[in-house]
Design a protein around this ligand. Structure first.
Ligand SMILES: NC(=O)c1ccc[n+]([C@@H]2O[C@H](COP(=O)([O-])OP(=O)(O)OC[C@H]3O[C@@H](n4cnc5c(N)ncnc54)[C@H](OP(=O)(O)O)[C@@H]3O)[C@@H](O)[C@H]2O)c1
Length: 233
């Protein structure tokens, strides 16, 4: 596992202070990729990352904040997520409108690639998780917008749909990847989701892919890049 990547563009991480987002930052820094984070709290971002990243303070609701954060970035990884049924961190505000705003602003800023953390079950409006503010439907709307805007020439996207998220170190699980949103159960580690998102920056077969991921069995992994070979267009 090399700790150097050929990718040298600056990457904006949205939702960096969250549990998955913090892993995204950690893995980007591991590969020597320059990182900027958009955070509502400078204090929280500083406590997590110190001086190792650039911090832009702002909300995903404010287009001006998002534009400032994107200025000069080549790629975006979004691990944004709602955590309340109403208000500023609700599914409609964050998972749909916030993510859509991020996609539009990124396109306008000349960003080349976006990786978005979504969820298994997003196409199932009748899934019980959707009782939480329609979170799955909100995520699907954001995914669809991303696919529409970032499939055009010169841009690309990767949508990762994990099962239930767990904490723990990366590379400890054999993963199961699938397409078509057929999974109902399963869980996976945030750290592996973060690694897959980071790899999408330079792994060709990650371009313009949407896929689900869950743990299959404990088994140490050298790299997760090979999982992208299993995906169809
Ligand atoms: N939990 C699960 O089992 C599960 C399963 C499948 C998919 N997912 C999805 O996976 C992703 C990551 O999940 P997670 O558990 O790692 O998330 P998390 O810890 O809840 O982090 C969410 C991030 O979003 C940020 N955020 C929320 N509202 C914001 C706003 N208005 N403006 C700017 N940032 C805002 C939070 O910032 P603050 O730190 O400032 O609050 C935090 O950085 C989410 O999209 C989640 O829906 C989760």
């Amino acid at each position: 596992m090399s700790n150097e990547s050929a990718y040298k563009g600056k990457v904006l991480v949205a939702g960096a202070t969250g549990k998955t987002g913090a892993w995204v930052v950690k893995r980007l820094l591991h590969y020597g990729v320059p990182v900027r984070v958009l955070s509502r709290s400078e204090e929280k971002a500083k406590a997590l990352f110190g001086d190792r990243v650039e911090i832009v303070v702002g909300k995903i609701q404010e287009r001006g904040d998002v534009d400032r954060a994107l200025n000069g970035c080549e790629a975006v990884i979004s691990a944004l997520g709602s955590n309340s049924v109403s208000g500023e961190s609700s599914p409609s505000e964050v998972d749909r409108d916030g993510a859509v705003r991020l996609v539009d602003a990124a396109a306008a800023a000349g960003v080349k690639h976006i990786a978005m953390v979504s969820s298994i079950g997003v196409t199932k409006w009748y899934h019980p998780l959707n009782l939480f503010g329609g979170v799955l439907s909100m995520k699907l709307a954001a995914e669809e917008h991303l696919r529409k805007v970032f499939s055009s020439a010169g841009r690309s996207y990767t949508v990762i749909r994990p099962g239930g998220l767990k904490d723990g170190e990366p590379f400890q699980q054999r993963l199961h990847v699938e397409q078509g949103d057929k999974l109902w159960n399963g869980s996976t580690n945030r750290a592996d989701v973060a690694e897959l998102a980071v790899l999408s920056l330079w792994v060709d077969k990650a371009r313009n892919r949407t896929f689900e991921v869950i743990n299959e069995a404990p088994e140490v992994q050298e790299t997760l890049a090979g999982y992208y070979d299993q995906l169809a267009e």
